[in-house]
Design a protein around this ligand. Structure first.
Ligand code: EPZ
Length: 428
């Protein structure tokens, strides 16, 4: 398993490009199953989860061509399989996103239950309930979701909980259902809007994406399109926090500030000077130590749970006491014990982590447990004194495109130590 060796203490300076959004590219790639004509996608990030998705679609019989400029071409052709096998789904839960498109276009899908992961139980009951309400016959047996439908029917779907991929699955299914679908209590994340914009480019009739009520008028078929995936707002936020923690000045290019309001607000509260323009964000914290901030995660547009671990690392070296309240997942503090090994003063009370900032963390060997926890540990290493060794960085590779190259280009002391081949990969 590869490791990252981080020599802390450098103030990050310079410019870094954001890659395409993992959490927009995954549903958009699944949505190509709905298209009757060729699709060209741009700004697809080079990530393990993307590779897994391309492998899954390829195994079904989709004809995908990777282009060298982070593009993917999809030629529609009849599928030879409608299954998402456990061996792939266990490495990437988001494989569940093929369920809606397969049912809508082909009337059948056999998708492995994703199962839980490090951060929580991660049920998919809302996906199943919604598709059943649209007329699908769904059985769950031997770890698989076996779904069949003549033609899905539009329905009024009320989501008990705001679910990003739940909304995305039902939105994709509704595009080819007969009649109208209304998704109430829909997720408002920018990645849902990016998916809706892609589906509309294919010819889908969608209104209200980005609000908690999405209305879809089903159509008989969808064409092709060329579409560029939005930039990754969580990668962007991660680099901004890195700059804030190291007292640097960093500009993230090829990104969007309009989907990071809650994060930018908290970084300003921590004392950062932030300037934004059409497609870049500059954070300046030169010569200053961050002030601790209180974070409360919740569905968009509130503070994103995917930035909680990064702000936990920031609070560990900030001035004062900051609290982090995690309301989305039941076990998303796996980074805390590792940060404590680096000298962080954190205690957990239920779903709240209380951090009392220390002047400086001390480097230590630490272990990544999930994607965003590993990002938090990398940030802690950048601000610590000494050499931090982060193990199991395959978690990081699932969601960050060339993170060590990008950080090194900003002046970070970081390099990858290749492990033996055949490293294990597991969800989340
Ligand atoms: C998406 O996961 C993201 N993944 C996650 O990012 C992100 O943390 C999460 O949304 C919340 O923003 C992708 O988009 C691929 P949910 P998702 O369904 O859709 C409960 C990362 O780091 N729930 O919005 O799986 C669930 O238990 C990843 O990039 C049900 O109860 O999350 C949770 O408490 C991690 N039943 C809450 O809803 C369901 O059927 C929100 O989960 C579905 C969800």
């Amino acid at each position: 398993m590869d490791k990252l060796l981080i020599t802390g203490g450098a103030a990050l300076r310079g410019q870094v490009p954001a890659s395409g959004s993992k959490n927009a590219a995954l549903p958009i790639l699944a949505a190509t199953l709905l298209a009757d004509a060729p699709v060209t996608l741009g700004n697809i990030p080079h990530l393990r989860d993307i590779t897994t998705t391309l492998e899954l679609l390829g195994r079904m019989g989709a004809c995908l061509t990777l282009q060298d400029d982070m593009g993917v071409e999809v030629q529609p052709r009849p599928l030879k399989s409608f299954a998402a096998p456990y061996e792939l789904v266990k490495t990437m839960r988001a494989s569940i996103l093929v369920l809606g498109p397969l049912l809508a276009r082909y009337g059948r899908a056999d998708v492995s239950l994703p199962g839980g992961c490090a951060i929580g139980a991660r049920p998919v009951n809302l996906h199943i309930q919604g598709l059943r309400a649209m007329g699908a016959e769904i059985g769950v047996e031997a770890g698989y979701i076996r779904a069949r439908a003549q033609r899905l029917r539009g329905a009024r779907l009320v989501m008990d909980t705001v679910s990003v991929t739940g909304t995305e699955n039902l939105l994709m299914a509704a595009t080819l259902a007969e009649g109208e679908t209304l998704i109430e209590n829909a997720a408002r994340e920018p990645e849902v809007v990016d998916l809706a914009d892609f589906l509309s480019a294919l010819g889908a009739r969608i209104e209200g994406a980005g609000t908690d009520r999405i209305h879809v008028q089903g159509v008989d078929g969808l064409g092709g399109a060329s579409y560029r995936v939005m930039p990754d707002r969580i990668e962007t936020g991660t680099f901004l926090v890195a700059a804030a923690m190291t007292g640097g000045r960093v500009t993230v290019r090829q990104t969007r500030a309009d989907c990071l309001d809650a994060v930018i607000h908290k970084l300003r509260e921590a004392g950062a000077e932030i300037d934004v323009d059409a497609n870049s964000i500059t954070l300046d914290m030169q010569g200053r130590r961050p002030r601790a901030v209180d974070i409360h995660t919740a569905p968009y547009p509130a503070f994103p749970t995917d930035m909680q671990a990064q702000f936990c690392a920031l609070n560990c070296i900030a001035e004062g006491v900051g609290t982090l309240t995690e309301t989305i997942f039941e076990n998303r503090f796996m980074h805390v014990p590792e940060l404590q090994r680096m000298g962080a003063d954190i205690r957990i009370e239920g779903n709240v982590a209380i951090c009392r900032g220390v002047e400086r963390l001390t480097a230590a060997p630490v272990m990544a447990t999930d994607l965003r926890a590993s990002a938090g540990l990398v940030l802690a290493g950048l601000a610590a004194s000494g050499d931090t060794l982060v193990d199991r960085v395959y978690h990081l590779d699932r969601g960050y495109d060339s993170i060590e190259e990008k950080l090194a280009a900003l002046g970070a002391g970081i390099r990858r130590i290749p492990g033996r081949s055949g490293s294990l990969t597991t969800t989340p």
